[in-house]
Ligand binder design. Structure first.
Ligand SMILES: C[S@@+](CC[C@H](N)C(=O)[O-])C[C@H]1O[C@@H](n2cnc3c(N)ncnc32)[C@H](O)[C@@H]1O
Length: 381
């Protein structure tokens, strides 16, 4: 059976489709012209193993025969839905009814059951996303809508939903950054021995000054962001750049790390790392705008230099205009030094709405349980 992209007119309603599955909001066997008129939607790409469209003849023979002929030119055949698919569609219909009756949890359970039964059915993940959004589980809703887009990439409804959820998630994060305090649950008793130990720690035999919290958080961030270019300000012995290069290599991310220090690292060579000499206070000398313009995206910037107010401020202000939505700047060591905290406390309100403290990382192990106190910044727009 040929799968063709196309469109047709049915009772003045222009209908376009790229597959043979009904959109989730359409009844599975529309039988009258009213329903056809409702179908001003895209029929989304279904899986190509599906055997056909639902009851075309029955549907359109009763309305407008010319549309049936128009459709048949796409060689659509008779529909043979499996019983699992039929049951899943019933569950989806019931879920929609539950949503209309404001029974969100019931709708979610029905949608989840439909997903277990027939996960590739068009719209089922978007429906889950809608239910999850309704009960405030935005991260799960985002995962569901991404699943819908993975299986049905042209779903306009899912794209719209993803934008709405992303906006809501962004708003929540902005709000949380406005309200954030500078305290950390890492108290002096815990901080002192860890800080001492970080100076004895070695990665592949090279001294690396990272605490266990951030050693767990960076791999999360690297996985989620999958940066193509990492700018590290403060290389020390080069071990942190080596470590990130190894992680990104393991993840299969095609990234390059540009690590800068006032004393250039020479003892480490890695194909994904370039060590540079220069100062975080004079970044235009090392990373001029045209060079930044040619570096692959997304960017991750890490300020891990002298932890002075001046350097942190310079790093934030220099990279700010070069960063795009969704990219990150991490400002390290606000836990132990006041300089990064002061720079952040000035920078965030000065760029309100453009940056948010990402509490997902800052608070992953507890409130500011990181050396980067309020220091995981995500560019919003
Ligand atoms: C905390 S260490 C970096 C640790 C390293 N990123 C790691 O995780 O192992 C700070 C480094 O910043 C460098 N540094 C100091 N002032 C700097 C500046 N203005 N610009 C760039 N690097 C600077 C120091 O030479 C030192 O190597």
């Amino acid at each position: 059976m040929a799968l063709r992209q196309g469109e047709f007119r049915a009772n003045q309603a222009k209908v376009s489709f790229v597959s043979m599955r009904w959109h989730q909001y359409l009844p599975s066997q529309p039988a009258d012209s009213t329903r056809v008129r409702l179908s001003r939607v895209t029929f989304y790409a279904g899986d190509t193993t599906s055997s056909g469209f639902t009851c075309w003849d029955a549907t359109f023979a009763s309305t407008d025969l010319s549309t049936v002929r128009g459709i048949s030119q796409f060689e659509l055949g008779p529909w043979h839905a499996s019983s699992a698919e039929k049951q899943a569609r019933d569950l989806i219909d019931q879920a929609h009814e539950s949503l209309m009756r404001k029974q969100g949890l019931l709708a979610l359970r029905l949608a989840e059951e439909a997903t277990r039964m027939f996960p590739e059915i068009a719209g089922v993940h978007a429906l889950r996303a809608q239910c999850l959004t309704g009960i405030g589980r935005l991260a799960d809703a985002m995962a569901a809508v991404n699943e819908e887009l993975r299986t049905h990439p042209v779903s306009a409804e899912a794209l719209q939903m993803r934008n709405l959820i992303a906006r809501e998630l962004g708003r929540q994060r902005v709000e949380s950054s406005r309200a954030r305090q500078w305290q950390s649950i890492v108290n002096q008793e815990l901080k002192a021995p860890i800080e001492a130990a970080t100076h004895r720690y070695k990665y592949r035999g090279h001294a690396m000054v990272k605490n266990p919290f951030d050693m767990a958080l960076y791999p999360l961030l690297l996985w989620n962001l999958k940066p193509a270019t990492v700018f590290e300000i403060g290389s020390y012995n080069g071990a942190s750049a080596l470590w990130m290069a190894d992680i990104l290599g393991t993840y299969g991310v095609d990234a390059h790390i540009r690590s800068l220090d006032v004393v250039k690292v020479t003892a480490i060579q890695h194909p994904r790392v370039t060590f540079l000499e220069g100062s975080g206070r004079a970044l235009a000398d090392v990373f001029p705008a045209d060079m930044l313009g040619s570096c692959p995206r997304p960017f991750l910037v890490i300020d891990d230099a002298d932890h002075s107010y001046e350097t942190s401020k310079a790093v934030l202000e220099y990279f700010h205009p070069h960063m795009r939505a969704g990219e990150y700047i991490v400002v390290e060591d606000g836990l132990t030094a006041s300089g990064p905290r002061r720079a952040l406390a000035e920078f965030l309100p000065a760029h309100s709405g453009q940056w948010a403290v990402d509490s997902h990382y800052c608070d992953f192990f507890g409130y500011n349980a990181t050396w980067c106190v309020n220091g995981f910044l995500r560019r919003l727009e």
